[in-house]
Each structure stands twice: as C-alpha cells, then as structure tokens.
Design a binder for this molecule. Structure first.
Ligand code: FE2
Length: 336
C-alpha cells in the first residue's frame, strides 16, 4: 500500500495567532489514494494530528478520499479514541445516527442559525473532540464558523474585566425546556426522553437528580430543567484560558416555541448576566470567526476545549456529519 504524503496548505482567510494558524490545514495531493491509505495515514499520524488540533484549535483535512458517513467513520476510527455516542450525550439538538460513531450535525431547518458554542459545555458531560465531515456542501451559505476560544477570552478579559471575573467566580447555569417528542423544527428540539435516555417521568427525575439538575414539569408534557452551576471559563492547559461555555448560543439562539433566550442562562449563583457584556462577547466571537466553507469530503478535527463552532443558515441541500470522542466531566464550585 503506497504511503500518503499530505502537505500543509494555506486556506483563504486563515488566521494567525502567535505561532499558530487557524485552522491548520492539510491537503492530500494524491488523487488516486484509497480510503485504506488515508485511514492508515491517520492511524500512524494520530498523535501529531491531535496535537495540531490542540495547538491550533482545528485541523482541516481536504482532498482525502472520503465520500460519506461510512468513510468518515473509518477515518475517525483510525484516530483510536473512545467514541462518545450521541445517545449518551445530553445534547439538546435533534440528530440522526448514521453509524455507531457518526450522526447528522443538527437537523434544524436551513434558515436556523446556530450560534457559537463549545459542544455540550452547557452540561456536566462533554466531548474533548468534535469531528465534522461534509457529504454535500450547500448551494449557498452553510459554512461552519469556528472561533478560537483562548483568543476570544483574552479579548473579553481586556474589554470587560468585571464580566470576565464574574464568569470565572460565579460560573453559569442553563435552563432549557425539552419537548415531549422530538421537534425537528428547532435547533434545540430533542425530547426529554431522548436527551435523558429514559421512557418515563420517574426515570427522567432520577437521571436529573443524579446530574444535580432542578426541574419542573409543564402542562403540555414539556420538561424544564436547570443545570447545576457549571464553569464559564476553563484552563485548557497551564495559562491558556478558554471561554468554555454555551453563553453566546444560549443568549442569542435558544429560542423556539418553548424557550426564551432571556431565561436560558444566568450566573451560577442565580444573578443575571450583564447583557451588554454578553452582546459584546458575541460580537468579538463573530469578529474572530473563521467561516469554514465546506467542500464535499472535507474533514475538520476540532479540539472542543480550544475552538467554538456554529452554523450559518443555508439554501439547498447540505449534509455535514459529526462524531464525538473522549467523554469528559465538569463541575463547578462558586467562588463568591
Ligand atoms: Fe455543536
């Protein structure tokens, strides 16, 4: 089997932060490479690839012979990481499993914008890694914006030091209302049964109690749940702090028939957020955005503790699939 020799490439609007680029990109110039070649290359390079994703925030693989969810699954398996199945996650998005490791990124309608977030940072369990692959690029729009969260947090600290301190000291708690049945018209329409992996109210309450959530049943069968206090800022490595939360997404986008963004998030001690500071943080994230314009076959390897992601609205068909790996847990102790 011939060896692949992917090369580093520059991408349009690639960013430079210190001695890192965002995203780091590798192209496979070998046009007759097979999937087996590609998976074997990923397997031998896996430590380097994950290091690059950690250092730079994201690695884009372009031009590899990957034509769908099953091929993507093969590439992800070659990284030899522990799978984090969607079924076990507390994600609020409706998704469809394509393989054991791969699911649709979000079934929300094309016009729905999904705002910046770290995957599942609004819950006590989150994946260290999130990988995306594009099966079909949208005719218009549909980019996946990426944002370096360490750079963002430096800017927030400079511009809004009091807000940054409140985030560090008080953390955040999130409230969302889950429907009785999946609602694919919403970016956060996953039913409480599916979210919690249960089939009765009693089991739902038991699971929520284990996770230290508080909850309330609503008249229409919906379940309103509030998380325990969770961190708003994480020290990803020594001295490298990241804005690891879902604040921007919750504040800007947790909106549907059941949810009102103004009630979706507060500090961990129950105090309200400084909405001006949140809007300014959201704008800073937008200013730092790198819009990944998908080409079919692209793969993005993202360190979920370093980079946030989002979704632009789109027109036409778009299929981007995702895979999560290495479940982590987070807890928070109030410092006030
Ligand atoms: Fe996400």
């Amino acid at each position: 089997m011939s060896e692949l020799c992917p090369v580093e490439m520059a991408v349009k609007k690639q960013q430079q932060h210190g001695d890192t680029v965002f995203p780091y990109a590798l192209v496979c110039p070998d046009t007759d490479a097979s999937l087996a070649n590609a998976a074997s290359w990923v397997n031998t390079q896996r430590a380097d690839l994950l290091n690059l994703a950690n250092q730079h925030g994201a690695v884009l693989l372009r031009g590899f012979p990957v034509t769908g969810a099953v091929d993507f699954d093969t590439m992800v398996q070659a990284l030899k990481l522990t799978n984090f199945p969607y079924g076990e996650s507390l994600s609020n998005a409706v998704r469809i499993n394509r393989t054991d490791r791969v699911f649709s990124a979000n079934e929300a309608p094309p016009e729905v914008q999904i705002f910046f977030h770290h995957e599942m940072a609004q819950t006590p369990i989150y994946p260290r890694w999130i990988f995306f692959s594009c099966e079909i690029a949208a005719e218009q729009g549909g980019a996946t914006p990426l944002c370096r969260s360490d750079v963002l947090y430096e800017r927030i600290r400079d511009a809004q030091p009091q807000f940054a301190k409140a985030c560090e000291d008080k953390g955040l708690r999130y409230t969302n209302v889950m429907p009785d049945e999946d609602d694919a018209n919403s970016g956060m329409g996953r039913s409480w049964r599916s979210t919690l992996g249960v089939d009765s109210r009693g089991s739902a309450e038991q699971r929520l109690a284990e996770l230290e959530y508080s909850w309330q049943w609503e008249a229409n069968g919906c379940l309103k749940a509030t998380s325990p206090p969770l961190p708003a800022v994480m020290e990803a490595s020594r001295g490298r702090k990241v804005f690891f939360n879902q604040l921007i997404a919750a504040f800007s986008g947790w909106k549907d028939d059941r949810n009102d963004p103004s009630k979706a998030i507060q500090h961990g001690d129950g105090t309200p957020l400084n909405s001006e500071a949140v809007l300014s943080a959201a704008q800073m994230a937008e200013d730092l955005s790198f819009d990944l314009e998908w080409q079919a076959g692209d793969i993005a390897l993202i360190d979920n503790t370093i980079a946030m992601h989002a979704r632009r609205p789109f027109q036409g068909r778009r299929k981007v699939v995702a895979s999560l790996a290495e479940m982590q847990t987070q807890t928070f102790a109030l410092n006030c």
